[in-house]
Design a protein around this ligand. Structure first.
Ligand code: ATP
Ligand code: MG
Length: 335
């Protein structure tokens, strides 16, 4: 499955909840393309998820399976994509420990992504060592399969920087070109807002439409969605900018010409929010419905889903074992 001339991609998710429409536009859609053009590894990052959920391990365990069902239901193909689970790849932990010598504590505290997250989560000075070092763990995730391409949002570029600093230090100190530098595949697509229209869609903010939502849930969520607060009567001219219903139509409606027509009508006045929302409900149901059906089937096939994850992990570990051989050789750890 590793082809000589195809770039190796590493991507993945923390199994801390089911995947939503934001994940679809922000990363899953791209993975469907990458699985045909690259050698793609998708990691279920359960160890990383535990850095801020260590007191709720049962939650992470449950969502490993949920996230795998999401992946398979949207069309990620185990023949093309290798799925693996972080905790069953202990070499990643070993490599993390080796890399930690190459990173200063001050550098970890300066990481802008980490700084923002520490502030958001209110950790302050009580941040755990495990959380603070997760970018080093990510460098190990990426390099253990020798990935050179990592899809990221612009706010995640510090991951790539930190990884490349470690790679450069490692190659320099141990005087062999063991790792090639990594490139971030930067998503140009803006973050999908949540149904309240303020923040990005996020499973922890209660503003998400999940790939597993029922038709009823979709309907309820869309009907309560943020539109244009000054569009009070049907005849009033309405605003499109920041109108989340239109943002979602832009992202999911297969008929952009019709969306353009609706936008013009809405701006002119005479088109009610409910009419536009009803269209969005149909559009989202047409998109999520088939995913939901496949997902329900997969939920009943626990053994099959588990087998895919375990077989992928076994394949990944043969590659990781070779990486560890190279690392240990240059570090005189090849007893
Ligand atoms: P949490 O609430 O736990 O932070 P989340 O729903 O924000 O979870 P993450 O696990 O933080 O999801 O996101 C993983 C990746 O999914 C992001 O790096 C990004 O690529 C993509 N993603 C998540 N939310 C969105 C969104 N609203 N729009 C576009 N992409 C998104
Ligand atoms: Mg998030």
């Amino acid at each position: 499955m590793v082809h000589k001339n195809k770039p190796i991609v590493l991507t993945g998710d923390r199994p801390s909840g089911p995947l939503h429409l934001g994940h679809y536009v922000g990363s899953l859609a791209q993975r469907l393309v990458l699985q045909d053009t690259c050698t793609q590894f998708v990691m279920v990052a359960d160890v990383q998820a535990l850095t801020d959920n260590f007191d709720h391990p049962e939650k992470i365990r449950k969502h490993v399976f949920e996230v795998m069902c999401d992946y398979l239901a949207i069309g990620l193909d185990p023949q093309k994509t290798t799925f693996f689970i972080q905790s069953l790849t202990p070499e990643i932990a070993e490599l993390t420990l080796i890399y930690l010598n190459l990173v200063t504590v001050e550098r970890l505290k300066r990481n802008p992504t980490i700084k923002t997250e520490i502030a958001h989560k209110g950790y302050g000075k009580n941040v755990s060592a495990g959380f603070l070092i997760y970018p080093v763990n990510q460098a190990a995730d990426i390099t253990c399969v020798r990935a050179t391409l990592v899809p990221v949002g612009e706010d995640q570029l510090p991951i790539i920087e930190q990884t490349n600093e470690i790679i450069r230090s490692f190659n320099r100190i141990y005087q062999r070109h063991i790792f090639s530098e990594v490139q971030g595949l930067i998503s140009q697509i803006p973050r999908l807002p949540g149904t309240e229209g303020k923040n990005k869609m996020s499973k922890s903010l209660g503003n998400a439409i999940f790939l597993s939502d029922t038709a009823d849930e979709i309907k309820k969520k869309v009907m309560s969605m943020y539109t244009d607060p000054s569009h009070l009567r049907v005849d009033d001219p309405g605003k499109i900018e920041g109108n989340t219903v239109f943002t979602y139509l832009d992202a999911f409606d297969p008929d952009p010409a019709e969306v353009a027509r609706l936008k013009a009508h809405y701006q002119k006045g005479g088109l009610g929010d409910v009419t536009v929302k009803k269209r969005l409900i149909d559009v989202l149901e047409a998109f999520i419905g088939p995913i939901r059906t496949r997902r329900q089937q997969l939920m009943c096939e626990q053994e099959y889903v588990k087998k895919i994850l375990l077989e992928g992990t076994a394949r990944t570990r043969t590659i990781v074992a070779q990486t560890m051989c190279d690392v240990k050789e240059v570090m005189h750890l090849d007893y």
